[in-house]
Design a protein around this ligand. Structure first.
Ligand SMILES: Nc1ncnc2c1ncn2[C@@H]1O[C@H](COP(=O)(O)OP(=O)(O)O)[C@@H](O)[C@H]1O
Ligand SMILES: [Mg+2]
Length: 312
């Protein structure tokens, strides 16, 4: 199947900085693809090249098989782009803003009117469509800016950190809306430095750091790179020191630490299967009153691959 969006060998330098260095990936029809990386990783520069705003030093972009450099008009018509900076008209209403952008994209007036109503419904702003933009919250403005990118029915929606500066309620509305679009068959390129959003929205993820993709795969594949060790936290009641000494010797436990008056943290292979053995081990010294198993996530994967945290 022809990918909706594919790139290969994309590179861009600014002086000494390799902002984007040999980036490549392919997004299948109906697939949500995440680009996860900290600030300065090269996400916006990558997107700018994918949407034809920035000429790459090297590399190719194919939109539904069409080479962006060879036929930009045709390629760009298949892309919906939601920029990080929201450019909307504060004195116009939500509906008027959509109309303005629809005309800008060259949509015929007749078809546009109906499409605006569909898009307003999709972004959940039908009720507020006649309010001026300067009365909207940051999240509502962001939804209008996503709506504007959807008017021409693109095959792929490219979003540059769409939840930055957005209130939690709108954030949820945005993520829910994106899930609906994907269920409807839209492809997505979602960029973020929020691990939990990418984990929720995206089926495949590329981790980008210093302009390079350091790993990519399904969420599960990436997490598997960290290894199968889980973190287990136990709260104990009784002779905690004696119980701790017993816990360290349980087969499968890699590391153990006392983390509070009655709590112990263990790192163990296949941790959740070890719980019965742990509970049995402390018998006679203490009882386990609470347990928590923390499985590795993309945040742990990122730390493992790059040695830094995502939020630095
Ligand atoms: N116009 C520019 N001129 C010089 N350096 C730039 C420019 N745009 C981006 N950079 C640099 O390229 C790197 C990647 O930036 P960017 O793509 O904006 O990262 P992200 O979107 O992941 O935060 C950063 O080191 C940034 O400082
Ligand atoms: Mg950016």
């Amino acid at each position: 199947m022809t990918p909706t969006l594919a790139c290969e060998g994309l590179s861009k330098r600014y002086g000494d900085v390799a902002a984007v260095d040999d980036v490549g990936f392919a997004i299948a029809p109906g697939q949500a693809y995440g680009l996860l990386g900290p600030n300065g990783a090269g996400k916006t520069t990558t997107i700018s090249m994918l949407v034809g705003l920035l000429r790459p030093d090297a590399g190719t972009v194919l939109v539904g098989g069409t080479d962006l450099a060879a036929d930009p008009r045709r390629a760009k018509a298949r892309i919906g782009y939601v920029p990080q900076e929201i450019a909307l008209y504060p004195e116009l209403t939500g509906r008027e803003n959509l109309r303005f952008f629809g005309r800008l994209f060259g949509l015929p007036r007749r078809r546009l009117a109906g499409r605006i109503e569909e898009v307003l419904d999709l972004i959940g702003l039908t009720d507020r469509a006649d309010g001026r933009l300067d009365t909207y919250s940051g999240g509502m403005r962001r939804r209008i800016n996503i709506g504007a990118a959807l008017l021409h029915r693109p095959d792929v929606l490219i979003l540059d950190e769409p939840t930055v500066g957005v209130d939690p309620q709108s954030r949820k509305a945005i993520l829910d809306g994106l899930e609906l679009l994907v269920q409807d068959g839209m492809s997505l390129l979602y960029t973020s430095h929020y691990m939990e959003e990418v984990e929720r929205v995206c089926e495949r993820v590329a981790i980008i750091d210093h302009g390079r993709i350091v790993a990519d795969g399904t969420r599960r594949e990436l997490v598997a790179m960290v290894g199968s060790a889980d973190t287990i936290e136990l709260v104990l009641d009784g002779d905690v020191a004696a119980a701790f000494a017993k816990l360290r010797t349980v087969e499968g436990v890699i590391e153990a630490a006392m983390t509070g008056a009655g709590s112990v943290r263990l790192i163990a292979e296949g941790g959740r299967y070890l719980l019965p053995a742990l509970i049995t081990a402390v018998e006679g010294s203490a009882t386990v009153t609470a347990t928590q198993v923390i499985e590795p996530d993309l945040e742990a994967t990122f730390l493992h691959l790059t040695g830094t945290t995502l939020r630095d």
